[in-house]
Design a protein around this ligand. Sequence first.
Ligand code: BGC
Length: 438
Amino acid sequence: MTVGCGGLQELKRELEVDPDEMKRIAASFQREMELGLEGRSGSLPMLSSHVGSPTGDERGDYLALDFGGTNVRVLLVELRGEGVYREKQRLSVPLKDSKAGYDLTCCVADGGQLFDFIAEKIGLVATGEISYRLGYTFSFPCCLLEPGKAVLLRWTKEFSTRDVVGRDVGELLQNALRRNGINNVQLGAILNDTVGTLLAAAYQDKNCDIASILGTGHNTSYLEKNKHWCERPVIINIEAGNFDKLKGSRYDRILDENSENPGRQLLEKMVSGRYLGELVRIVLISFYQEGLIFGGNWGEAFAAKDIFTAKHICRILGDESRGLKVIDEVLHKDFSLIDTDLEERRLLRDICGLVVERSAKLAAATYHGVICHQGFPCGTERTIAVDGSLFEKIPFFPVFLDAALEKLRENEGAPTRMRLVKDGSGIGAAVAAALAKN
Ligand code: BGC
């Protein structure tokens, strides 16, 4: 069948973020940040991490718990000083497993069950007579009252476990450790994954003062040095994903209305891996209803919510074959669509490309907002540490991001470099535990 170009052109207009728009978003993001720092209500809570930058010379063995998605990791990390670290042990376990018959991420489970499960896994790594200090990365919006006391403000991403929101997640973990007879682990620090990524990167690179997660979720933190806002330099968790000053298209509105948290995490819903596939699916349904794609072939293929994921986008954008054979295979195997024609496969690839490019531009605009807030120290190159599957795995994502940052920079100071910091949240948890000890 012939696919209508009108649909794609219109979609382009709807998802377009031109340089002027990026600048407007950056300015509005900066304003929201400053409102949050003043403690006035806005969409960015600007949560203090209570830690500053490491020197790079922190040393010792630390236990790290990384809890931010459906896989929980427990690490034993050796900090060797001079920016060198080594992972000595790692355990990764899913919080849901349909074959094993459990799901601790949903509201069927409660906080007690969730933290008992995690404590038990910590016990498998914290063996012997040794005492361990634990850095605990908890990647959800939390109000950190002191280094080991953090109250969960609300769940994000796919989580809805009962009896955790409004509670101190440090205490929940410590109680579970005690219940499970693990008495050799002392909680040193609780931190967000963006803070962990920033600490891990800054441990090696003094020019790094911004970190971001572009994965299932999205968020950014930065080092605040301005005396007007803090007595001494401190890393602030922006909770950028909740930024709500964006126009959004009709597709974004449908996604939000049908999400588990309508009206919340609006930037995250336009940027992060948890939502990009769903956004493509909503666009596809609309194109299909307008007779622009897949004709009689459609069936129930894309009817179910969340059936189209960032992994599909990854494969689709990575298809470099002449006949778009990989896309054909994805459509056939995962969606039982046969006999799609080349034009339709191209259209699908273009839709994915537009959704991904917009995500990168929006993220870049918010990074520029942070940089404008921090100011442009003369001639200093700046590093933004990034972790997450979107940045690491989605074809062209880093290219789109770099191009957008370059457009925003113009003559305003030295270049900004993006650096992938894999598993930064785990290493950063160890660095935070070391900082807390010192
Ligand atoms: C959470 C943040 C977290 C981000 C990346 C968001 O959904 O609100 O706290 O940093 O995901 O994991």
